[in-house]
Design a protein around this ligand. Structure first.
Ligand SMILES: [Zn+2]
Length: 415
């Protein structure tokens, strides 16, 4: 297959993740401590130790190391380790001090500072609390960002992609890509989706950098959290929810989603709405139904759980469903533990296509790299077999939702 499109990527983050401590392959919480300690030894004094790809769900301990364990592994400098889904971090005490979080700090709006029985932070920070910690990490210099971008573009081009959609584009990304294009160093087309909050400013400068190779395609919003962090917004409670959040945490009100559609409509661009849980997916479709935008093409990003009643609404409303089937391969344990009662609603690809979501136009595949690797073979496997390679047929998640290999490749089609 040629002319592949990666419909959901984070270019700079993909390049930057390559320079962090790699926690994806860690087999346990103590293995993570070992990797962070080794990374600290290789860095100049005082530099932040950054890690990426942690999957606490998959370790025998079923969770992060304690703050005390992390502090004894790396006592003398800040540590920030990302959960693979980029919606949660673990930080050590020097990092908590650098961010200004202690036992008296209230949860930021849309975030959670996880605390022990005595009310002390455990080092685990969710959603906006994780972003707060990340904002304390020194920004990479422009030359370093450029190197990250270069590496990401080369990685994706090597996999056969001719077009990539960047789904939370930094305001400086368009100009940087245009510069690369002028120098003949842009190997594929890039569509940009900056946060809706940044969109008016980015759109105001677009004439200076837009071309047929680098395009401002729309705005991005987050309407819920993630499955693994149990912050996805669900119609039904999680089997093992966060305290006080049985159905996760919606991150936007109905009025907020409508107003984001309005901003994009006014600028004549699309809207990509992150919605993982079935509650969030429904909230986006409801908002489109009420607003009925004309110029603004709306996409739902992730749609990992979709209620049966909402499946036909995508094609009817002209809303594209932008999914990452490859996440199924990584999320099996979390799905079985958190949503045993909703496994039949995970990525209903068969139903979506049968309900009129044309592959490549209204049903798009991507990887969300660096959350998982961007090899399209992973999504082809997940979409057609609904299980990891080598696993028996009984291990499949909602096998009735499998699609054919030709349909799956068509969802990667850039035309
Ligand atoms: Zn993403």
């Amino acid at each position: 297959m040629t002319n592949l499109r990666e419909a959901h990527a984070h270019l700079v983050a993909h390049g930057r993740a390559a320079s962090m401590a790699q926690l994806a392959g860690a087999r346990s919480a103590s293995d993570v401590l070992e990797r962070l300690r080794a990374a600290a030894d290789s860095l100049p004094p005082g530099a932040w130790v950054l890690g990426t790809g942690a999957r606490p769900e998959s370790w025998p301990e079923r969770g992060w190391p304690t703050l005390c364990e992390l502090d004894s592994a790396v006592p003398d400098r800040p540590v920030l380790a990302w959960c693979f889904d980029y919606h949660a971090v673990l930080v050590n005490s020097p990092a908590l001090r650098a961010v200004g979080i202690d036992g008296a700090t209230p949860d930021p709006s849309g975030g959670l500072i996880v605390r022990d029985a005595a009310g002390r932070p455990t080092g685990e920070l969710l959603e906006t609390a994780a972003l707060l910690a990340w904002s304390a990490v020194p920004e990479p210099a422009p030359a370093e960002s450029l190197a990250c971008l270069d590496r990401a573009l080369a990685d994706l081009a090597a996999l056969g992609f001719v077009e990539v959609h960047d789904l939370k584009s930094q305001p400086w990304l368009g100009p940087m890509l245009a510069e690369l294009d002028r120098e003949g160093r842009l190997p594929l087309r890039v569509h940009l989706y900056p946060l809706v909050d940044d969109l008016p400013a980015v759109a105001a400068g677009r004439l200076a950098w837009e071309s047929d190779r680098v395009r401002l395609a729309g705005g991005k919003v987050f309407t819920d959290g993630t499955l693994n962090s149990r912050t996805a917004s669900m119609l039904h409670p999680f089997a093992d929810p966060l305290p006080n959040h049985p159905r996760g945490t919606p991150m936007m009100t109905a009025a907020g989603i409508e107003s984001a559609i309005g901003v994009c409509e006014g600028l004549g661009v699309g809207l990509a709405a992150h919605a993982i849980g079935d509650g969030a997916v429904r909230a986006v479709l409801d908002a489109v139904e009420r607003v009925r935008p004309r110029a603004c093409r709306v996409r739902v990003e992730h749609a990992e759980i979709v209620d049966r009643a909402d499946v036909p609404r995508f094609a009817r409303l002209g809303v594209a469903c932008s999914v990452q089937p490859c996440h199924l391969l990584a999320d099996v344990e979390a799905l079985r533990r958190l949503l045993p009662h909703r496994l039949d609603r995970v990525l209903p690809l068969r139903e979506l296509i049968d309900a009129g979501c044309e592959p490549g136009r209204l049903l798009l595949f991507g990887s969300d790299t660096p959350i998982v690797r961007p090899d399209p073979a992973d999504s082809i496997l997940a979409a057609t077999a609904r299980r990891r390679s080598g696993e028996p047929a009984e291990a499949a998640i909602a096998p009735e939702q499998a699609v054919s290999e030709a349909e799956a490749w068509a969802c990667f089609g850039a035309g």
